[in-house]
Ligand binder design. Structure first.
Ligand code: NAD
Length: 500
């Protein structure tokens, strides 16, 4: 059985005694192994990246951008192979994997404009014959730690902007589906990236802890669950470790369904946003908050009908709507949340606990599940389920719906379905959530904006990718300059210099 290795100094190496199984979640069988980096492997990657940094930092941004152009072409040319690897280890259906890849490519396209993005700020004559400017310099060696649910897109939120800005990068991908990530890293080498600028270390907490503590690493970007995000942020930014950090965490995304909403449209949108990718998206809409019993009853009725057509199955059939969840353990966890909602008094309207996927009886499947009359005290409401489960909470007013959303510990994404522009404007203006959709169920910002939640969905000051990504991966330096040849000779001055 083959083992997924690490990419260090442009070469794939194994170098690891410890390995872990990688499953095909549709069959439930072990697909391959992944090497788990030891401290020596991580040290090797850090030293390699440090050695590559001076030449890469001094490479003109337009040349770095040309590598990004070639990388984009290679990602497009290899789309089928990438989607197949995502399908084999994550279980995502090919149309969904293609969407993930496309969203990743858009971040590469954004990084192609790095020469423009790095332009600084200039002021002439801030004093007599004195000019000042600010420039944005790369940080040095930076690291990224990514989750299983977007093995291609989330690494592409980080790597293109970071390296186009002149940094060297060490990526620690998810150990559950590492192959597509390693493959795109190899494509970046093929695009002409100098060896050592990007290194991939596969592994677990042992590798992560070294990246968090080693003072040669200047910044850490993390995307994953909230408990791990908190640990990452606290450790990386501790005074002794001295890093810049952005740590994106979990979510519980609510959609308000107003009494005036186009219910057929809301149902279509909710189907994709709740069940697409088996609900394993940090922007999945997992709670519908129906305002008034009429809206709730209409929503439940139409949803129940529409869910009869949901197709759950293996990634190999592109007609399927969504695939399995990532592991057997996670499947049991999702089923546990459905059980707990039922035990605490909610009504399971459509039950996906025992899906029948012919030919894939050992796969980690959960069918689309709809639960009505969920209340905020239920465990299934408070916690992130990360499965194909849509819960409906009934409220009496928009204010009640907004108070519910604001009170939740997570604040990643939210959406309102309405025909009322005034209500929509009030909602987007006041809701305490980082990414808002108005009749748009998955408001994932495009690559030239930035991605980030509020509250316990993001730790750090800056959002991911886009303009905030450029700021995160660069350090401002401000230079004030005067040349003696301008003839100015001032006397000794002990007071703070000002323009008199
Ligand atoms: P996870 O937190 O289990 O793992 C994420 C990464 O952290 C992996 O690389 C993993 O190896 C590493 N890791 C796990 N435990 C660790 C520990 N104790 N110490 C150090 N490193 C550790 O998350 P996951 O299950 O891979 O991904 C799903 C989660 O990610 C969900 O909560 C989802 O909402 C979240 N997510 C958030 C966003 C966002 O943008 N906010 C995007 C995608 C996923």
């Amino acid at each position: 059985m083959n083992t997924v290795g690490h990419l260090i100094n442009g070469e794939v190496v194994l170098e690891s005694k410890r390995t872990q199984d990688v499953f095909n979640p549709a069959t439930g069988q072990v697909a391959r192994q992944v090497a788990l980096a030891s401290s020596q492997t991580v040290e090797h990657a850090i030293a390699t990246a440090e050695a590559a940094f001076p030449a890469w930092r001094d490479t003109p941004p337009i040349k770095r951008a040309r590598i990004m152009f070639r990388f984009k072409e290679l990602l497009e040319q290899n789309a089928d192979a990438i989607c197949k690897l995502i399908g084999e280890e994550h279980g995502k259906i090919s149309h969904d994997a293609a969407g993930e890849l496309q969203r990743g490519i858009e971040n590469v396209e954004y990084a192609c404009g790095i020469a423009e993005l790095l332009k600084g700020e200039h002021s002439k004559n801030v004093g007599p014959n004195i000019d000042a400017w600010s420039e944005f310099q790369p940080l040095g060696v930076v690291a990224g730690i990514t989750p299983f649910n977007f093995p291609v897109m989330v690494p592409l939120w980080m790597i293109p902007v970071a390296i186009a800005a002149g940094n060297c990068f060490i990526l620690k991908p998810s150990e559950r589906d590492p192959s597509s990530t390693l493959f795109i890293a190899q494509l970046l080498q093929e695009a002409g990236l100098p060896k050592g600028v990007l290194n991939v270390v596969n592994g677990d907490k042992e590798a992560v802890d070294i990246l968090l503590r080693d003072t040669r690493i200047q910044a850490v970007s993390f995307v994953g669950s909230t408990p791990v995000a908190e640990y990452i942020y606290a450790t990386a930014t501790a005074t002794a470790h001295g890093k810049r950090c952005q740590a994106l965490g979990g979510a519980k995304n609510h959609a308000i369904v107003m009494p005036d909403a186009d219910i057929d449209n809301a149902v279509n949108q909710l189907l994709g946003a709740a069940f697409g990718s088996s609900g394993e998206r940090c922007m999945a809409l997992s709670v519908a908050v129906a305002v008034g019993d009429a809206a709730a009853d209409a929503l439940i009725g139409k949803m129940k009908e529409a869910m009869k057509n949901l197709k759950v199955g293996a990634y190999t059939d592109s007609k399927n709507d969504f695939g399995p969840v990532i592991t057997r353990q996670h499947q049991q966890k999702v089923v546990g949340y459905i059980n707990s909602a039922e035990q605490q008094g909610a009504t399971v309207v459509v039950d996906g606990r025992e899906p029948n996927v012919a030919g894939y009886e050992e796969g980690f499947f959960v069918g689309g599940t709809l639960i009505d009359r969920v209340t905020p005290d239920m465990q299934s409401y408070k916690e992130e389920i990360f499965g194909p489960v849509l819960q409906v909470v009934r409220v009496n007013s928009m204010q009640e719906a907004m108070a519910l959303i604001d009170k939740h510990e997570y604040g990643n994404g939210t959406c309102i379905f309405t025909r009322d522009g005034e209500a929509a404007r009030y909602f987007s203006d006041n809701i305490k959530v980082g990414m808002v959709g108005i009749n748009v169920p998955l408001p994932v910002p495009v690559a030239y904006h930035s991605f980030g939640g509020w509250k316990r969905s993001l730790f750090g000051d800056l959002h991911a990718y886009g303009p905030d990504g450029v700021r995160f991966y660069t350090r401002r330096k401000t230079v004030t300059q005067r040349w003696p040849s301008s003839g100015v000779r001032e006397g000794v001055e002990f007071s703070m210099p000002t323009m008199k």
